[in-house]
Design a protein around this ligand. Structure first.
Ligand code: CA
Ligand code: CA
Ligand code: CA
Ligand code: CA
Length: 174
């Protein structure tokens, strides 16, 4: 075996073992709130040590302060969507934490649909500061939000995402 072949064999073996290591990690089956037993906003090593999250700990703790913050947890979930969490509830809780940082939608559908064509376009959303929610609302990914998409998003998440006219509109339509 010449040196070049040897080197590439070692490289292949290395990447293979790195790959199987991450695949064999148990999936995280608890959301942030249920792992943070003392509710201090961090998952400590003690809180993590008898849970599936233990094996992921060093990967999640990117600033290496031996605690997992909510944003480290959410970043890890987003980076590995569908791969590290056991069920949708865990990623759902990461989603909830994310939308909590958005300004709630205040306006009803009618006043957002400026040109009255029955859809909120990207531009219309941008004008009215609901751009953060846009991608989550547009479930069929046609780059516009229909009245139905608007209503089902707010019906599902309620006051987590909406207030005032937006919330009233959905209450009336149900
Ligand atoms: Ca804690
Ligand atoms: Ca940390
Ligand atoms: Ca429109
Ligand atoms: Ca749509």
């Amino acid at each position: 075996m010449n040196k070049l072949t040897l080197a590439s064999t070692i490289l292949a073996a290395l990447s293979l073992s790195a790959c199987s290591a991450s695949n064999s990690l148990a999936k995280i089956d608890s959301d942030f709130g249920s792992l943070d037993n003392d509710n201090d906003g961090y998952i400590s090593k003690t809180e993590a040590d008898d849970d599936a999250i233990w094996a992921h700990f060093s990967n999640i703790d990117t600033n290496m302060d031996e605690q997992i913050s909510r944003s480290e947890f959410n970043a890890y979930m987003q980076l590995n969507t569908g791969k590290v969490a056991e069920d949708s509830e865990v990623s759902e809780s990461a989603f909830k934490a994310e939308i909590a940082q958005f300004d709630p939608i205040e306006n009803d559908f009618k006043s957002l649909d400026n040109d009255k064509n029955g859809y909120i376009s990207v531009e219309e959303a941008d004008d009215d500061d609901i751009a953060n929610h846009f991608g989550y609302m547009d479930t069929n990914k046609d780059k516009r939000v229909s009245r139905n998409e608007f209503i089902s998003y707010i019906t599902e998440h309620g006051s987590d995402v909406a207030e005032d006219d937006a919330l009233d509109m959905v209450k009336k339509s149900s």
